[in-house]
Write a protein that binds this ligand. Structure first.
Ligand SMILES: [Fe+2]
Length: 175
């Protein structure tokens, strides 16, 4: 038997805050997006991938989502204009241009100006959570710019899917 008293969350006291009134007046609450498809569905992205959108911040031009690439799938050559970071959740993946392979628990960071081509040869495909800042430019095999994905592209990807399928638009995704 331990003589440590049971922990009572009701007794937690938040630390003193000199700007509490300003935070109450001007601050924003954080949020929670649960795992269900009602809160955020998988939205198809090409023939072999899907995106589960988690947040859109139109002030900073940043988004968070889970990218799912099915086995044998790839994401076309793209260049980043802002910093990106990712944690791999399932499967494995890499970029043809680099020699590492990301597996569950892997952390990847990508820097503005870099360009690369994502693949997943894993039979299980891959799932990774991405935090994306700024735009991503996509190119065809001839090096011609084909698409620019910014925060509004991601919002449109989510909203147009919801509207086409009669799904509610989750305001909790918009920071
Ligand atoms: Fe990338």
């Amino acid at each position: 038997m331990s003589d440590t008293p049971a922990f009572n969350p009701a007794l937690i006291q938040l630390p003193p805050e000199p700007h509490a009134a300003v935070i109450t007046e001007f601050g924003l609450q954080g949020g929670h997006v649960g795992p269900s498809e009602v809160e955020s569905p998988w939205v198809p992205f090409g023939d072999s991938a899907a995106i589960r959108h988690l947040s859109f911040d139109v002030r900073t031009g940043s988004v968070a989502n889970i990218l799912w690439v099915k086995g044998g799938g790839r994401i076309g050559t793209h260049r980043h204009r802002g910093a990106v970071s990712a944690v791999t959740l399932e499967g494995s993946w890499g970029y043809y241009e680099y020699d590492w392979i990301a597996r569950p628990g892997s952390f990847v960071h990508e820097t503005p100006g870099t360009a690369h081509t994502l693949y997943s040869d894993d039979p299980q495909g891959m799932k990774a959570m991405f935090w994306i800042n700024g735009a991503i430019e996509f190119f065809d095999n001839a090096g011609q710019l084909t698409d620019t994905f910014d925060v509004f592209w991601f919002i449109n990807h989510y909203v147009s899917h919801c509207r086409a399928h009669g799904l509610p638009i989750n305001k909790a995704l918009f920071l």
